[in-house]
Design a protein around this ligand. Structure first.
Ligand code: SAH
Length: 386
């Protein structure tokens, strides 16, 4: 098998599975893009099998410590392992992320389940080349009605892959009705944001909504209103959802009707909305998109967070709650927390931590691959009487 010799002190010797181009000592046997290759250390000892893409900065991603092909049997075995983990969780196995890339030993492969429909993404060249094998394995294991390929993630660019959305099996199911946490949604799997719903946030809706009864709630960056709807259902006095996308605002409105709740859905830039808002709230939720995908723009991202934190704190009434989330991997939990603290200092408010949030358990974290952890959040209460 062709492969790469890895330089000493590379991250793979510290439990990571990625090899950056700067960590390659030399290639042997002429590996081709998308191939399965073997990795070796500088003393010729085997480190396992990896997928190869010389046009990515991450030239190799290890998926096994042994010699292993990416064949039908492999996909069946790894997918079964991924599914069996979800079966043990408290997540609904019919509405969850069934396979998540490195965290399931399938680098670059994502499989989301929406009832009878599966939505698949391939974010690495090797997985992309084997999409038919993957679809066959999924059909064999789950007999889904539909398999949709949702390959419009910007991450594909880093692997030299073009966007591509299409049906792999079955036909376009159109709008798919879903029920989760007592809420009804309708998702367009072929065209909605992400792969339909924000599965990573489903638990957080419930947890935040516990605070909502009788409160005036503002859900900023609401997308189709997951937080706002849960709060309205939990008995909020009033709910406003703000999103910049007209489609998202239309979805909030139809979801409100569907769930028989009232929501004021506003199409606006949340930065401008928070700046010019004259109303006060008892619970504000901030769940913006990733403000940075690289370390280079981290400073700008932190300024963005500081601004929305500061403005939100000023709009909260005494003893109000703030639930704030960041889905940028580069914004660590500690960094995010210190950003909120700095905003609280400027706003002359004292915060009490009520709850920490994380990505749902169907998006598991590998501590030796820090990139698998991305979503973090906190709910604070303004310390009453201060
Ligand atoms: N809370 C949502 C997910 C939010 S995703 C949920 O759980 O479903 C981020 C959302 O922010 C997207 O819907 C996007 O349209 C919106 N968005 C991006 N930039 C924005 C801005 N400047 N102002 C308001 N909304 C914005």
């Amino acid at each position: 098998m062709p492969g790469l010799v890895i330089k000493p002190r590379s991250r793979i010797f510290h439990g990571h599975d990625w090899v950056y181009s700067s960590e390659v000592k030399k290639a042997f046997g002429d590996p081709q893009p998308g191939d399965v290759i073997s990795l070796k250390d500088f003393k010729d000892r085997p480190l396992g099998s990896a997928i190869y893409n010389p046009s990515s900065q991450i030239v190799a991603r290890r998926f096994s410590r042994r010699k292993q092909e990416l064949d039908h049997e492999f996909f069946i075995r790894r997918l079964k392992l991924a599914f069996s983990l979800r079966d043990r969780f408290s997540v609904d196995p019919k509405l969850c992320r069934l396979a998540w890339s490195e965290s399931d030993g399938l680098p670059g492969l994502i499989v989301d389940c929406y009832g009878k429909h599966l939505v698949v993404q391939t974010l690495t060249l090797a997985m992309d080349q084997r999409i038919d094998l993957i679809a066959e394995a999924l059909k064999e294991l789950l007999a889904p009605e539909t398999i949709i390929l949702r390959n419009d993630s910007p991450m594909r660019k880093a692997e030299g892959l073009e966007p591509e959305n299409r049906i792999l099996h079955g036909s376009d199911p159109g709008p798919v009705p879903l029920i989760t946490g007592g809420l009804q949604f309708e998702v367009a799997l072929l065209s909605g944001q992400k792969t339909g719903l924000y599965l990573d946030q489903l638990d957080a809706y419930k947890r935040v909504a516990r605070l909502a009864a009788g409160k005036r709630v503002l859900d900023c960056f609401s997308n189709q209103g997951g937080f706002g709807l849960a709060c309205a259902k939990a008995g909020a006095a009033a709910v406003t959802c703000v999103d910049i996308s007209a489609d998202a605002v239309a979805a909030v409105k139809s979801n409100a009707l569907r769930n028989d709740v009232e929501i004021n859905a506003v199409e606006a830039n949340a930065f401008d909305f928070l700046k010019s808002c004259e109303e006060h709230y008892d619970l504000i939720i901030l769940d913006p998109p990733s403000f940075t995908r690289s370390k280079k723009t981290l400073g700008d991202a932190m300024r963005g967070y500081k601004e929305i934190h500061l403005r939100a704190l000023k709009l909260l009434d005494p003893d109000g709650y703030l639930s704030t989330f960041s889905c940028s991997h580069h914004v660590t939990r500690e960094l995010f927390l210190s950003n909120i603290c700095a905003a609280a200092v400027d706003a002359k408010r004292t915060l009490r931590l009520v709850e920490s949030h994380a990505q749902r358990e169907d998006h598991p974290v590998l501590p030796t691959i820090p990139e698998t952890e991305y979503l973090k959040g906190f709910t604070f209460q303004l310390l009453p009487g201060r």
